[in-house]
Design a protein around this ligand. Sequence first.
Ligand code: AMP
Length: 285
Amino acid sequence: MKIIKEIKKMQQIVANLKAKKSSIGFVPTMGALHEGHLSLMRCAKKENDVVITSIFVNPTQFGPKEDFKKYPRNLKKDAKLCRKVGVDYIFAPEAKKMYPEGCKTYINVEGVLTEVLEGKIRPGHFSGVCTIVNKLFNIVLPDKAYFGKKDYQQLVVIKKMVSDLNMPVNIISCPTIREKDGLAMSSRNTYLDPQERIKAGVLNKMLLKARRYIVHGTWYVAKAKNMVKKIMKENNIKLDYVDIRDAENFETVKFAKKGCVILLAARIGKTRLIDNVEVNKVEKV
Ligand code: AMP
Protein backbone atom coordinates (compact mmCIF):
# COMPACT_ATOMS: atom_id res chain seq x y z
CA MET A 1 0.00 0.00 0.00
CA LYS A 2 1.26 3.46 -0.86
CA ILE A 3 0.41 6.86 0.59
CA ILE A 4 0.29 9.53 -2.12
CA LYS A 5 0.27 13.21 -1.18
CA GLU A 6 0.85 14.88 -4.54
CA ILE A 7 -2.05 15.35 -6.97
CA LYS A 8 0.17 14.89 -10.05
CA LYS A 9 1.62 11.66 -8.68
CA MET A 10 -1.87 10.29 -8.00
CA GLN A 11 -2.90 11.18 -11.54
CA GLN A 12 0.14 9.38 -12.98
CA ILE A 13 -0.67 6.24 -11.02
CA VAL A 14 -4.30 6.41 -12.16
CA ALA A 15 -3.19 6.84 -15.80
CA ASN A 16 -1.02 3.71 -15.50
CA LEU A 17 -3.89 1.74 -13.95
CA LYS A 18 -6.22 2.87 -16.74
CA ALA A 19 -3.63 1.83 -19.37
CA LYS A 20 -3.64 -1.64 -17.79
CA LYS A 21 -7.46 -1.58 -17.83
CA SER A 22 -7.59 -2.09 -14.04
CA SER A 23 -10.95 -1.17 -12.52
CA ILE A 24 -10.71 1.42 -9.75
CA GLY A 25 -12.89 1.42 -6.63
CA PHE A 26 -12.76 4.65 -4.66
CA VAL A 27 -13.69 5.38 -1.03
CA PRO A 28 -13.54 9.07 -0.09
CA THR A 29 -13.16 9.72 3.65
CA MET A 30 -12.03 12.36 6.11
CA GLY A 31 -9.98 9.83 8.08
CA ALA A 32 -10.28 8.89 11.78
CA LEU A 33 -11.29 5.58 10.28
CA HIS A 34 -13.64 3.10 11.94
CA GLU A 35 -15.52 -0.06 10.94
CA GLY A 36 -18.02 2.03 8.93
CA HIS A 37 -15.27 3.27 6.62
CA LEU A 38 -13.59 -0.14 6.52
CA SER A 39 -16.85 -1.79 5.40
CA LEU A 40 -16.87 0.48 2.33
CA MET A 41 -13.25 -0.44 1.59
CA ARG A 42 -13.97 -4.17 1.93
CA CYS A 43 -16.86 -3.80 -0.47
CA ALA A 44 -14.66 -1.87 -2.93
CA LYS A 45 -11.99 -4.58 -2.64
CA LYS A 46 -14.46 -7.29 -3.65
CA GLU A 47 -15.70 -5.41 -6.70
CA ASN A 48 -12.56 -3.81 -8.20
CA ASP A 49 -8.99 -4.58 -9.25
CA VAL A 50 -7.57 -1.66 -7.27
CA VAL A 51 -8.87 0.28 -4.25
CA ILE A 52 -8.00 3.92 -3.66
CA THR A 53 -9.18 5.70 -0.53
CA SER A 54 -8.78 9.40 0.11
CA ILE A 55 -8.14 10.85 3.54
CA PHE A 56 -8.79 14.55 3.45
CA VAL A 57 -10.50 16.76 6.03
CA ASN A 58 -12.24 19.04 3.57
CA PRO A 59 -12.34 22.65 4.84
CA THR A 60 -15.07 23.78 2.42
CA GLN A 61 -17.73 21.53 3.94
CA PHE A 62 -17.30 22.90 7.49
CA GLY A 63 -19.11 26.02 8.66
CA PRO A 64 -17.14 28.76 10.48
CA LYS A 65 -18.39 27.57 13.89
CA GLU A 66 -17.94 23.87 13.22
CA ASP A 67 -15.26 21.40 14.27
CA PHE A 68 -12.80 21.62 11.34
CA LYS A 69 -9.82 22.40 13.59
CA LYS A 70 -10.51 19.76 16.21
CA TYR A 71 -11.62 17.03 13.74
CA PRO A 72 -9.53 13.94 14.65
CA ARG A 73 -6.51 13.34 12.38
CA ASN A 74 -4.20 10.32 12.62
CA LEU A 75 -2.79 9.24 9.26
CA LYS A 76 -0.47 6.64 10.76
CA LYS A 77 -3.27 4.77 12.52
CA ASP A 78 -5.56 5.13 9.49
CA ALA A 79 -2.87 3.75 7.17
CA LYS A 80 -2.55 0.62 9.34
CA LEU A 81 -6.29 -0.01 9.09
CA CYS A 82 -6.32 0.59 5.33
CA ARG A 83 -3.47 -1.86 4.83
CA LYS A 84 -5.37 -4.48 6.83
CA VAL A 85 -8.41 -4.35 4.52
CA GLY A 86 -6.33 -4.37 1.34
CA VAL A 87 -6.44 -0.74 0.20
CA ASP A 88 -3.83 -0.20 -2.54
CA TYR A 89 -3.39 3.59 -2.39
CA ILE A 90 -4.25 6.26 0.15
CA PHE A 91 -4.57 9.69 -1.42
CA ALA A 92 -3.93 12.25 1.33
CA PRO A 93 -3.33 15.68 -0.23
CA GLU A 94 -2.72 18.89 1.69
CA ALA A 95 -5.57 21.40 1.84
CA LYS A 96 -3.51 24.12 0.19
CA LYS A 97 -2.81 21.81 -2.76
CA MET A 98 -6.47 20.91 -3.19
CA TYR A 99 -7.58 24.53 -2.82
CA PRO A 100 -4.74 26.74 -4.04
CA GLU A 101 -5.24 30.48 -3.81
CA GLY A 102 -7.59 31.75 -6.46
CA CYS A 103 -9.84 28.66 -6.55
CA LYS A 104 -13.20 29.99 -7.71
CA THR A 105 -15.26 27.00 -8.84
CA TYR A 106 -17.86 25.32 -6.68
CA ILE A 107 -20.54 22.74 -7.44
CA ASN A 108 -24.09 23.40 -6.27
CA VAL A 109 -26.96 20.95 -6.44
CA GLU A 110 -30.03 23.16 -6.20
CA GLY A 111 -33.49 22.60 -4.74
CA VAL A 112 -35.08 20.69 -1.87
CA LEU A 113 -32.30 18.11 -1.70
CA THR A 114 -29.74 20.60 -0.44
CA GLU A 115 -32.06 23.16 1.15
CA VAL A 116 -33.58 21.03 3.93
CA LEU A 117 -32.29 19.24 7.04
CA GLU A 118 -28.45 19.21 6.89
CA GLY A 119 -28.53 21.76 4.07
CA LYS A 120 -30.63 24.16 6.14
CA ILE A 121 -28.65 23.80 9.35
CA ARG A 122 -25.23 23.74 7.64
CA PRO A 123 -25.40 26.33 4.84
CA GLY A 124 -22.78 25.68 2.16
CA HIS A 125 -22.07 22.17 3.48
CA PHE A 126 -23.30 20.28 0.42
CA SER A 127 -21.59 22.68 -1.96
CA GLY A 128 -18.32 21.87 -0.15
CA VAL A 129 -19.06 18.14 -0.30
CA CYS A 130 -19.98 18.17 -4.00
CA THR A 131 -16.97 20.29 -4.90
CA ILE A 132 -14.46 18.03 -3.14
CA VAL A 133 -16.08 14.82 -4.38
CA ASN A 134 -16.00 16.23 -7.91
CA LYS A 135 -12.33 17.20 -7.59
CA LEU A 136 -11.42 13.80 -6.14
CA PHE A 137 -13.33 11.98 -8.91
CA ASN A 138 -11.42 14.05 -11.50
CA ILE A 139 -8.11 12.98 -9.96
CA VAL A 140 -8.91 9.32 -9.17
CA LEU A 141 -11.22 8.59 -12.17
CA PRO A 142 -12.98 5.75 -10.32
CA ASP A 143 -15.22 3.17 -11.98
CA LYS A 144 -17.15 2.81 -8.74
CA ALA A 145 -17.27 5.08 -5.67
CA TYR A 146 -18.56 3.92 -2.30
CA PHE A 147 -20.65 6.00 0.12
CA GLY A 148 -22.37 5.10 3.41
CA LYS A 149 -26.09 5.41 4.07
CA LYS A 150 -25.07 6.84 7.43
CA ASP A 151 -24.89 10.21 5.62
CA TYR A 152 -28.11 9.59 3.73
CA GLN A 153 -28.74 13.09 2.45
CA GLN A 154 -25.13 13.37 1.26
CA LEU A 155 -25.50 10.08 -0.63
CA VAL A 156 -28.66 11.29 -2.40
CA VAL A 157 -27.07 14.68 -3.22
CA ILE A 158 -24.00 12.97 -4.72
CA LYS A 159 -26.15 10.60 -6.78
CA LYS A 160 -28.02 13.62 -8.13
CA MET A 161 -24.80 15.48 -8.98
CA VAL A 162 -23.38 12.43 -10.77
CA SER A 163 -26.58 11.97 -12.74
CA ASP A 164 -27.07 15.67 -13.60
CA LEU A 165 -23.44 16.11 -14.71
CA ASN A 166 -23.23 12.77 -16.60
CA MET A 167 -20.23 11.76 -14.52
CA PRO A 168 -18.89 8.35 -15.62
CA VAL A 169 -18.85 6.71 -12.18
CA ASN A 170 -21.11 4.22 -10.45
CA ILE A 171 -22.19 5.32 -6.97
CA ILE A 172 -22.52 2.34 -4.63
CA SER A 173 -24.42 2.85 -1.38
CA CYS A 174 -23.45 0.77 1.64
CA PRO A 175 -25.34 0.02 4.89
CA THR A 176 -24.69 1.90 8.13
CA ILE A 177 -22.39 0.05 10.51
CA ARG A 178 -23.38 0.39 14.17
CA GLU A 179 -22.07 -0.17 17.67
CA LYS A 180 -23.73 -2.91 19.79
CA ASP A 181 -26.30 -0.46 21.23
CA GLY A 182 -27.25 0.76 17.74
CA LEU A 183 -25.25 4.00 17.71
CA ALA A 184 -24.08 4.65 14.15
CA MET A 185 -20.29 4.57 14.01
CA SER A 186 -18.87 8.03 13.42
CA SER A 187 -15.50 9.72 13.78
CA ARG A 188 -17.30 12.27 15.97
CA ASN A 189 -18.29 9.59 18.53
CA THR A 190 -14.77 10.02 19.96
CA TYR A 191 -15.86 13.46 21.25
CA LEU A 192 -18.42 11.87 23.60
CA ASP A 193 -17.59 11.40 27.28
CA PRO A 194 -18.76 8.10 28.87
CA GLN A 195 -22.11 9.52 30.02
CA GLU A 196 -22.78 11.18 26.68
CA ARG A 197 -21.84 7.95 24.93
CA ILE A 198 -24.58 6.09 26.83
CA LYS A 199 -27.09 8.81 25.96
CA ALA A 200 -26.13 8.64 22.28
CA GLY A 201 -27.51 5.09 22.12
CA VAL A 202 -31.00 6.62 22.43
CA LEU A 203 -30.83 8.13 18.92
CA ASN A 204 -31.03 4.89 16.99
CA LYS A 205 -33.57 3.42 19.42
CA MET A 206 -35.79 6.44 18.70
CA LEU A 207 -35.54 5.95 14.96
CA LEU A 208 -36.40 2.26 15.27
CA LYS A 209 -39.33 3.11 17.52
CA ALA A 210 -40.59 5.70 15.03
CA ARG A 211 -40.28 3.12 12.27
CA ARG A 212 -42.22 0.55 14.32
CA TYR A 213 -44.95 3.15 14.83
CA ILE A 214 -45.13 3.66 11.09
CA VAL A 215 -44.85 0.05 10.04
CA HIS A 216 -47.59 -0.93 12.47
CA GLY A 217 -50.09 1.57 11.24
CA THR A 218 -49.28 5.03 12.62
CA TRP A 219 -48.58 6.18 9.11
CA TYR A 220 -49.37 9.77 9.99
CA VAL A 221 -45.89 11.29 9.91
CA ALA A 222 -46.55 14.12 12.37
CA LYS A 223 -47.51 11.63 15.08
CA ALA A 224 -44.28 9.64 14.72
CA LYS A 225 -42.23 12.85 14.71
CA ASN A 226 -43.97 14.12 17.86
CA MET A 227 -43.26 10.86 19.62
CA VAL A 228 -39.53 11.21 18.86
CA LYS A 229 -39.50 14.88 19.96
CA LYS A 230 -41.18 14.01 23.26
CA ILE A 231 -38.75 11.22 24.13
CA MET A 232 -35.74 13.34 23.15
CA LYS A 233 -36.97 16.06 25.48
CA GLU A 234 -37.40 13.54 28.30
CA ASN A 235 -33.79 12.43 27.74
CA ASN A 236 -32.55 16.01 27.62
CA ILE A 237 -31.21 15.62 24.09
CA LYS A 238 -31.37 18.69 21.86
CA LEU A 239 -32.89 17.77 18.51
CA ASP A 240 -31.83 19.77 15.44
CA TYR A 241 -34.50 17.95 13.45
CA VAL A 242 -36.42 14.74 13.05
CA ASP A 243 -38.15 14.26 9.73
CA ILE A 244 -39.58 11.67 7.40
CA ARG A 245 -38.82 12.26 3.72
CA ASP A 246 -39.07 10.56 0.37
CA ALA A 247 -35.76 8.67 0.15
CA GLU A 248 -35.09 9.68 -3.46
CA ASN A 249 -36.02 13.33 -3.75
CA PHE A 250 -36.29 14.38 -0.08
CA GLU A 251 -39.76 15.88 -0.61
CA THR A 252 -41.92 15.95 2.53
CA VAL A 253 -44.52 13.23 2.98
CA LYS A 254 -47.64 13.55 5.09
CA PHE A 255 -48.28 9.83 5.24
CA ALA A 256 -45.33 7.51 5.49
CA LYS A 257 -44.94 5.00 2.71
CA LYS A 258 -42.47 2.42 1.52
CA GLY A 259 -39.40 4.24 0.24
CA CYS A 260 -39.29 6.87 2.96
CA VAL A 261 -36.41 7.56 5.26
CA ILE A 262 -36.58 8.80 8.86
CA LEU A 263 -33.71 11.15 9.64
CA LEU A 264 -32.56 12.98 12.71
CA ALA A 265 -29.77 15.20 13.94
CA ALA A 266 -29.16 15.83 17.63
CA ARG A 267 -26.66 17.44 19.93
CA ILE A 268 -25.34 15.51 22.89
CA GLY A 269 -23.26 17.92 24.89
CA LYS A 270 -21.21 19.71 22.26
CA THR A 271 -21.28 16.81 19.81
CA ARG A 272 -23.62 16.86 16.83
CA LEU A 273 -24.69 13.41 15.62
CA ILE A 274 -26.88 12.30 12.70
CA ASP A 275 -28.62 9.02 11.98
CA ASN A 276 -31.42 7.62 9.84
CA VAL A 277 -33.40 4.46 9.08
CA GLU A 278 -35.14 3.50 5.86
CA VAL A 279 -38.80 2.51 5.85
CA ASN A 280 -38.97 -0.56 3.65
CA LYS A 281 -42.56 -1.56 4.20
CA VAL A 282 -45.71 -0.02 5.62
CA GLU A 283 -48.71 -2.11 6.64
CA LYS A 284 -51.99 -0.74 7.83
CA VAL A 285 -53.40 -2.61 10.81
P1 AMP B 1 -16.50 10.66 6.59
O1 AMP B 1 -15.09 10.26 6.86
O2 AMP B 1 -17.32 10.87 7.81
O3 AMP B 1 -16.60 11.76 5.58
O4 AMP B 1 -17.18 9.40 5.88
C1 AMP B 1 -16.65 8.83 4.71
C2 AMP B 1 -17.62 7.81 4.18
O5 AMP B 1 -17.85 6.80 5.14
C3 AMP B 1 -19.00 8.41 3.83
O6 AMP B 1 -19.50 7.83 2.65
C4 AMP B 1 -19.83 8.01 5.03
O7 AMP B 1 -21.21 7.92 4.75
C5 AMP B 1 -19.24 6.65 5.34
N1 AMP B 1 -19.54 6.27 6.72
C6 AMP B 1 -19.28 6.98 7.85
N2 AMP B 1 -19.75 6.33 8.94
C7 AMP B 1 -20.31 5.18 8.48
C8 AMP B 1 -20.98 4.08 9.11
N3 AMP B 1 -21.17 4.03 10.42
N4 AMP B 1 -21.43 3.08 8.33
C9 AMP B 1 -21.24 3.10 6.98
N5 AMP B 1 -20.63 4.11 6.33
C10 AMP B 1 -20.17 5.14 7.06
